[in-house]
Design a protein around this ligand. Structure first.
Ligand code: RB5
Length: 146
């Protein structure tokens, strides 16, 4: 699995925590910024990460900003992206099992690095359940193709 990851200035600390986690999990990643000390616009980071996933160059994406909201809104504009804004471990597992989410968004002003690490770990480890959920996800991709 290869993961594209980025944050704006509001999410740098959690991004670093997740980079460390992916090192420990031996997961390949592409760190797409931003630089320390920057002040940037979250769409400039969310959209490139989402495009990496939509193109198949990366399998999953992780985005962090202050709330996670801006990142998730922007990422979900890219065709093929199912970005889940998650701040609890239950939802991290559920959105992989049921929604086959391919991008995870979190907010550093909402949760701390310890919880973010647990969320990312569960999200990275959980496979899509398929079955009855396949048809539900297909209805989303069908709509995108109209
Ligand atoms: C940046 O100040 C902040 O707006 C951003 O990190 C994010 O929370 C937007 O949704």
């Amino acid at each position: 699995m290869k993961v594209a990851i980025a944050s704006d200035h509001g999410g740098i600390n959690i991004r670093k925590e997740i980079l460390q986690l992916m090192e420990e999990m031996n997961i390949e990643y592409e760190d797409m910024g931003c630089e320390d000390g920057c002040s940037v616009d979250y769409p400039d980071y969310a959209i490139p990460v989402a495009e990496k996933v939509a193109s198949g160059e990366c399998d999953r994406g992780i985005l962090v900003c202050g709330t996670g909201i801006g990142m998730s809104i922007a990422a979900n504009k890219v065709k093929g992206i199912r970005c889940a804004l998650v701040h609890d471990v239950f939802s991290a597992k559920a959105t992989r099992l049921h929604n086959d989410s391919n991008v995870l968004a979190m907010g550093e002003r909402v949760i701390g690095p310890g919880l973010a690490r647990e969320i990312a770990k569960v999200w990275l480890e959980t496979d899509f359940e398929g079955g009855r959920h396949e048809n539900r996800v297909r209805k989303i991709t069908d709509y995108e193709s109209r």
